[in-house]
Ligand binder design. Structure first.
Ligand code: FDA
Length: 307
């Protein structure tokens, strides 16, 4: 992993860094770029705007690593409230929900997280939409895939995420390329040790393409989450090679990243889904965006210096 990226991800755990970043006026600019706002109303306004451009959305109510049962319950209630509004405002055909299991109790008890995820998936079914389980730190991958497998027994449409920086991902892609599966393939946004992760960007890209081939050759619905200007044309070529028709796979990008490319692909008939985070707990999400791209860090530091 790029040393600057490792440094930022490691610093993200420090309370001092958290105080500086969350207290800095410069944070506002970064927040506005990557986050839809604090409330469900803010998020739904963004869904409506993106839908006008032919884009689909997956909504993330920000929050992760809850420390007690009450916090986990609040996260579940936030998801249920979001689903309710999506449905009542006729937006559930355009938007689904992304769920972090650590927000609904995975760090406390796997059974609690499973029960809570059941409630969210049951509500999503009522609202005629879907849920995708975000993938988080390496030490939660097995538990997340276990919960995913359990949920799929009732709802085959529950999505999983694979991170191509992990060496295990090719095997996981084989296991998940099943009929009706929905699998988001991304590079991975967390710090992961050399033993379990590919050492550099090139290996991560090769792993991405191998997993993409596996998913495209299978019977599921692959969701290619990347902004990489070299990978996207390659994926389009692979899609063609496997004889996949538009609508049997999709591209995904983050809110605020390459919006022109999102619209360009949609205008060419591709299904494009934008990951839209909203809420107050933006720290972890923002630190991962800063770590991904030195230019984002420079943007943050410049605005800090100009105050
Ligand atoms: P890469 O990082 O190589 O970037 C390629 C190019 O994209 C850059 O040169 C730049 O132009 C642009 N770009 C990328 N990131 C940018 C940023 N932050 N700001 C501005 N420009 C940027 N990860 C994870 O571990 N678990 C998960 O569940 C998810 N979920 C998820 C959903 C969706 C829809 C997306 C798009 C991504 C994720 N990720 C994720 C994050 C993912 O793992 C990865 O960290 C980022 O997508 C960046 O990787 P790229 O594939 O874009 O390539």
């Amino acid at each position: 992993m790029n040393p600057l990226r490792s440094l930022i991800l490691a610093a993200a755990g420090s309370d001092t860094v958290r105080r500086v970043v969350t207290g800095a006026p410069a944070t506002r600019g970064v927040v506005d770029r990557f986050i839809a706002g604090e409330t469900v109303t803010d998020a739904l306004a963004v869904v409506t705007r993106l839908a006008e451009d032919g884009l689909y959305v997956t909504l993330d109510h920000l929050g992760e690593h809850t420390e007690d049962v009450q916090q986990a319950e609040e996260a579940v209630q936030a998801c249920l409230g979001l689903l309710d509004r999506l449905h009542s405002e006729g937006l559930s055909v355009r938007a689904e929900v992304s769920l972090k299991l650590s927000a609904i109790g995975l760090g406390l008890d796997e059974k609690l997280a499973l029960d809570n995820a059941y409630r969210v998936c049951a509500a999503a079914e009522q609202c005629a939409t879907t849920v995708t389980l975000d993938m988080e730190e390496y030490d939660s991958v097995d538990a997340t895939l276990r919960v995913h497998a359990e949920l799929r027994r009732t709802w085959p449409w529950v999505g999983a995420v694979l991170q191509s920086y992990l060496k295990r991902t090719e095997a996981d892609a084989v296991a998940l390329a099943q009929p009706d599966s929905r699998v988001r393939l991304c590079k991975g946004a967390y710090a992961a040790g050399a033993g379990v992760a590919h050492p550099g960007g090139h290996e991560v890209d090769l792993s991405y393409v191998r997993a993409a081939n596996t998913l495209l050759a299978g019977d599921g619905y692959p969701m290619f989450a990347t902004h990489d200007p070299r990978l996207i044309p390659l994926l389009r070529e692979r899609v063609h090679w496997y004889g996949r028709k538009q609508g049997t796979y999709e591209y995904q990008m983050l809110y605020g990243v390459r919006p022109d490319e999102q619209r360009r692909l949609a205008a060419e008939g591709e299904t494009v889904r934008v990951y839209v985070p909203f809420g107050r707990n933006s720290y972890g999400y923002l630190m991962r965006r800063l770590a991904e791209r030195p230019a984002n860090l420079a943007f943050f530091l410049r605005s800090l210096a100009s105050r």
